[in-house]
Design a protein around this ligand. Structure first.
Ligand SMILES: Cc1cc2nc3c(=O)[nH]c(=O)nc-3n(C[C@H](O)[C@H](O)[C@H](O)COP(=O)(O)OP(=O)(O)OC[C@H]3O[C@@H](n4cnc5c(N)ncnc54)[C@H](O)[C@@H]3O)c2cc1C
Length: 377
């Protein structure tokens, strides 16, 4: 992975396989597309009879059960009753797990407040196709080797980082964090101009990128001219990603970026995981990883409760999950938030200090290995 600062050409950090302290690994991390994860999880669920799943169903309301009507009947008044668009009667949950994203209806039901702020930034995402090194696919008949596309690139621009993460073959996933206005302009561009804008954002100076991003169209010709007029190498194996040749149709989208942390991860008969519990800026690619770690920890708490004859919905039996994950996630939220703020500053003394810091860290493989192991969970 190659990371650098747009305001200081010398400021960069590289993470390579072998520095992460794990022997015999040829990779520091893997990119997995969400449909692959979802497909694998659904296949696993189907193998675990008798689990019922409801497709295309929306949770329309969550309420507590009615008060106990007579002594001796089951008292379900403290149990969540979940009504879905496809069910006629509510589903009664001994434990309701909210894995329902930043606006979590489960969190609202449990009256759990969140803290945090909006970044006034949007993440523009797209799936892009990379040209082979030395020319476009239309010019070269032989397809490039798959191994050529294994490095992730991230450049910190003052408005936010732009990152390109390798996907199989010649594809890559783009995440560009930028102002809402620029995100709207990018989404409005014709695909060729959008690709030229991304190529510019990885290669040209901040002034050039700002100028081009305000053009209503014509980025393709502008980039060609600016690349000739500046001394930026068109292709550099170590410094820049391969040229983006095209953008997959329908893949460009944008999402508002926010930081949130729920005050509690558990309540009576409720547990929150993933973005329902915390939402993080995507600059370190940690959002889903944190959610997976939550799930692993919650499973441990439930297993312990079951194996000791406990009720899995009782808050006290879920607290081991909260004590393990809340502080850990809070630290990660804090670090990523500070990085976002640090790289948003253009004042030269701060740029100089952060360059010095990044350059120093880049020299210590042990420290970089520790950082990679933290990011990899
Ligand atoms: C631009 C951007 C780039 C990112 N890049 C990365 C990355 O590279 N790596 C990474 O690890 N993370 C990344 N993330 C973060 C990652 O996308 C999230 O952390 C992750 O998707 C959270 O998963 P989740 O299941 O907790 O929530 P979500 O993905 O939000 O899923 C919640 C689900 O609940 C469903 N739901 C909500 N309400 C209801 C209801 N009433 N009834 C039925 N269903 C409901 C929703 O439809 C949704 O399917 C990125 C985020 C952004 C914005």
């Amino acid at each position: 992975m190659h990371v650098w600062d747009a305001l200081s050409s010398e400021s960069k950090i590289d993470f390579s396989a072998g520095e992460n302290g794990r022997k015999n690994t040829s990779a520091i991390a893997y990119m997995t597309e969400n449909p692959n994860l979802t497909r694998a999880l659904l296949a696993r669920l189907e193998s675990l009879e008798p689990i019922s799943s409801f497709e295309n169903a929306k949770v329309t309301s969550i309420d507590l059960g009615p008060p106990q009507d007579s002594p001796g009947t089951l008292n379900l008044s403290s149990y969540p009753h979940v009504t879905t668009s496809s069910s006629t009667s509510p589903l009664v949950a001994r434990l309701l797990i909210g894995a329902d994203g930043i606006n979590s209806p489960v969190r609202t039901f449990a009256h759990i407040p969140t803290r945090g702020w909006d970044y006034d930034r949007h993440g523009v995402v797209a799936t892009v196709r990379l040209a082979s090194r030395g020319g476009s696919h239309s010019q070269i008949e032989e397809a490039p080797k798959v191994q050529d596309n294994v490095t992730a690139y991230q450049r910190f621009l003052p408005s936010g980082p732009i990152a390109l993460l390798a996907l199989p073959g010649d594809y890559a996933s783009l995440v560009w964090s930028t102002t809402p206005e620029q995100a709207a302009r990018l989404k409005g561009l014709d695909p060729a101009d959008f690709a030229a804008m991304v190529n510019a954002a990885f290669r040209l100076s901040v002034v050039d990128v700002d100028y081009m991003s305000k053009m209503p169209s014509g980025q393709v010709d502008e980039l060609a001219w600016r690349l000739q007029a500046t001394d930026v190498p068109r292709e550099d194996e170590t410094k820049y990603p391969r040229i983006i040749e095209s953008v997959q149709e329908g893949s460009v989208a944008s999402f508002p970026l926010r930081m949130r942390q729920a005050d509690q991860y558990v309540g009576e008969r409720v547990a929150l995981v993933g973005d329902a519990a915390h939402t993080i800026h995507p600059l370190a690619g940690q959002g889903l990883n944190m959610g997976l770690a939550d799930v692993a920890s919650l499973v441990r708490a439930i297993e312990y409760s079951v194996s000791h004859g406990g009720d899995i919905g009782v808050q006290g039996n879920l607290e081991a999950y909260e004590s393990e994950m809340w502080m850990k996630n809070n630290r990660m939220l804090g670090v990523v938030d500070k990085l976002h703020k640090l790289y948003g500053v253009s004042w030269w003394p701060v740029v100089g200090l952060r360059s010095l810091g990044l350059g120093t860290v880049d020299k210590f493989n042990g420290l970089k290995g520790w950082m990679m192991s933290q990011a990899g969970g």
